[in-house]
Ligand binder design. Structure first.
Ligand SMILES: C[S@@+](CC[C@H](N)C(=O)[O-])C[C@H]1O[C@@H](n2cnc3c(N)ncnc32)[C@H](O)[C@@H]1O
Length: 208
C-alpha cells in the first residue's frame, strides 16, 4: 500500500490534537502540500529584522517545512523582491502571499462547518492548498476561490490542476462585489484566508 502524500502532516496534526473532523483528516492525507509550495519561499532574516531571505528547493528545510506545521511566505514585494540591506538579490521587505500554517488551516476548516452539498466561497486563494482541501472534501464544483493577484491566481490554478482539481478561481478583489458565476447569496459558507481590517466586507455577507 502506498503512503498518502499528506501522511506526515496528518499524523503531526492528529498527535497535536488539531484534526478532529474525519473529513478534513482525509483531505489532509490526500493533498500533497509540497506540490503547492513554490521553488522559492522566504523566511525572516535573523540578522536583518524587517527583511525576508529566500530559501530554495535545494535546501533540505524547504522539503521539511512542506510537511510540518509551518506557515511560509510564498511571495514578497508583490513578486518583485526589493533586495537586501546591502543589495542582496532575492531578499524581500514585505510578505505579500503565504501558505498558511496547517494547524490554523484545519482549525478554520473545522469551524467552517461545511458538509457535503454545501457551496463554499473562499477569499484568498494564495497557493491553492486550502482550496484543494475544500475540493477534496466537498467536490471541485462546490468551490469558488478569489485571488486578487492575477499571477498568483494563475499559479494556483496550475497547482490545483496538478493535484487533480479544477474549481473556479477568480482573479479579483474578494472584498468587492463578486461575480462568482453562481449568483449572489448562493453559498452556504464563506471562508477568508485574508485579513478583514475593521469590519467584514458586506460583499461576503451578500454571498451567503
Ligand atoms: C494567507 S494567503 C492565502 C493562503 C492560501 N489560502 C493557501 O492555502 O495558500 C492570502 C492571499 O490572499 C490574497 N488576497 C489579499 N487580499 C485579497 C482580496 N481582497 N481578495 C482576494 N485575495 C486577496 C493575497 O494575494 C494572498 O495570496
Amino acid at each position: 500500500m502506498t503512503t498518502p502524500p499528506g501522511a506526515r502532516l496528518a499524523r503531526a496534526l492528529t498527535i497535536a490534537g488539531q484534526v478532529i473532523d474525519p473529513q478534513w483528516h482525509r483531505a489532509i492525507l490526500a493533498v500533497d502540500r509540497a506540490q503547492f509550495i513554490p521553488d522559492t519561499v522566504w523566511v525572516t532574516s535573523a540578522d536583518h529584522p524587517g527583511y525576508y531571505v529566500p530559501v530554495t528547493r535545494d535546501d533540505p528545510d524547504h522539503a521539511r517545512w512542506a510537511h510540518e506545521d509551518y506557515a511560509l511566505a510564498t511571495q514578497v514585494d508583490d513578486g518583485d523582491p526589493a533586495g537586501g540591506p546591502d543589495g542582496e538579490p532575492g531578499w524581500g521587505k514585505l510578505r505579500t502571499s503565504s501558505i498558511s500554517q496547517p494547524s490554523l488551516v484545519v482549525a478554520m476548516l473545522q469551524q467552517l462547518g461545511a458538509v457535503d452539498g454545501h457551496r463554499v466561497l473562499e477569499i484568498g486563494t494564495g497557493t491553492g492548498y486550502n482550496t484543494a482541501l475544500l475540493c477534496h472534501a466537498l467536490g471541485e464544483k462546490a468551490v469558488v476561490s478569489a485571488e486578487i493577484d492575477r499571477e498568483l491566481a494563475r499559479v494556483a490554478v496550475d497547482n490545483l490542476a496538478r493535484a487533480g482539481y479544477a474549481p473556479t478561481v477568480l482573479d479579483t478583489d474578494g472584498a468587492g462585489p463578486l461575480e462568482t458565476g453562481v449568483g449572489t447569496g448562493m453559498y452556504h459558507r464563506v471562508i477568508s484566508t485574508v485579513a478583514a481590517r475593521g469590519r467584514i466586507p458586506h460583499a461576503w455577507v451578500r454571498q451567503v
